[in-house]
Design a protein around this ligand. Structure first.
Ligand code: NAD
Ligand code: UDP
Length: 341
């Protein structure tokens, strides 16, 4: 059985669906600090069976141990964490405590119960401002510009040191690029709190009439139209990468393992490219104004995903049109998200 920390969140819920389709057994562990039980209900609807879950915090070692006693857990997919970049600048201690200390507690518990397989959610943010694109996994990491990014970098280091000390651990780190989109059913999707920080949820809220106008943060970057370029990846493709990572860790080829993979499409799209595609699928005009650059933003960030294809047998299948279509479908069906969060 796989323990899914943070399984009630945006990427977690989509991963539960893909794991269920691949016939894996799992149990969700989440403190619902940024999600709701409603999200779990929705997953049950899609997969047509109950989802087993326990409410708990990854920093609560006693509760974690109870869960490891109760279920026979052989691997962990570790999504739980706080993820808002701006908030992390204002609340660094909370971010390091939740993300870094929480991960240490989880790893202690795994060690105690001889559970040695883990897939960890890292981020392209660990690359900082890359010298060139596309980004390969061997690029230097650690030039992070905010506590959120630094917490991801620190956890990567901790996992690496843990592996050096005990190479019976099998560790896969997935560096996600920009997850967007939603399950095609429209039952689950991204449900940001308040004003969205990220581009796709902001555009969706403008299209549905919840916000008046999108601010495009800068049009003087060295990119094809001057606006920032990112590697947007459909959340269902991203979820599938976790299934492939689990298959890989369960394969008998390796007695120990520490690997890092970029999870992106390999294509870079600008802010204006995303606006245009979203306008096409939603048949809505997206009013926008050009404003100054957002602090900490880089011009271009997109992956070379070849390693994940070669080693995990994973490749993104969905394009920007699918991403916009599915984001829009979720937004229209759930203008206020899960509501009860
Ligand atoms: P999310 O906030 O939707 O999901 C995270 C889940 O973890 C939530 O359900 C939350 O309640 C839970 N959680 C948080 N702290 C916890 C704790 N201490 N104990 C137990 N549960 C806790 O975020 P997401 O977008 O699904 O992201 C999942 C992971 O992927 C995070 O680690 C995030 O940093 C990482 N990531 C996300 C993105 C992105 O753009 N969404 C990009 C790169 C990496
Ligand atoms: N962006 C924007 N307006 C917004 C939100 C984002 O112009 O309201 C731009 C941002 O500058 C970047 C791209 O959209 O070039 C993606 O930003 P997001 O916050 O979604 O992801 P990240 O910056 O983490 O890659």
């Amino acid at each position: 059985m796989i323990l899914i920390t943070g399984g009630a969140g945006y990427i977690g819920t989509h991963t539960l669906v893909e794991l269920a389709m691949a016939n894996y057994d799992f149990i969700v562990y989440d403190n619902f600090s940024n999600s709701s039980e409603e999200a779990i209900e929705r997953v049950s609807k899609i997969i047509d069976r109950d989802v087993v879950y326990e409410k708990g915090d990854i920093r609560d070692l006693q509760k974690l141990e109870e869960v490891f006693e109760k279920y026979s857990i052989d691997s962990v997919i570790h999504f739980a964490g706080l993820k808002a970049v701006g908030e992390s600048v204002r609340k660094p201690l909370e971010y390091y405590d939740n993300n870094v200390v929480g991960t240490i507690r989880l790893l202690e518990c795994m060690k105690k119960f001889e559970c040695k397989k883990i897939v960890f959610s890292s981020s392209a943010t660990v690359y900082g401002d890359p010298k060139t694109t596309p980004i390969v996994e061997s690029f230097s990491v650690g030039g992070t510009t905010n506590p959120y990014g630094t917490s991801k970098y620190m956890i990567e280091r901790i996992l690496n040191d843990l592996y050096i000390a005990d190479n019976s651990f099998k560790i896969v780190i997935l560096r996600y690029f920009n997850p967007v989109g939603a399950h095609k059913s429209g039952y689950i999707g991204e449900d940001p709190n308040g004003i969205p920080n990220n581009l796709m949820p902001f555009i969706s809220q403008v299209a549905v009439g919840k916000r008046e106008c999108l601010s495009v943060f800068g049009n003087d970057y060295d990119t094809h139209d001057g606006t920032g370029v990112r590697d947007y990846i459909h959340v269902v493709d991203l979820a599938d990468a976790h299934v492939k990572a689990i298959e890989y860790l369960n394969s008998h080829k390796f007695s120990s393992e520490f690997s890092v993979f970029n999870i992106g499409t390999g294509h870079g799209y600008s802010v204006l490219d995303v606006i245009k595609t979203f306008e096409k699928v939603s048949e809505k005009k997206i009013p926008y104004k050009i404003t100054s650059r957002r602090e900490g933003d880089v011009a271009k960030c997109y992956a070379d995903p070849a390693l994940a294809e070669r080693i995990l047998g994973w490749k993104a299948r969905k394009n920007l049109l699918d991403m916009c279509k599915d984001s829009w479908n979720w937004q229209v069906k759930n203008p206020d998200g899960y509501k009860e969060k």
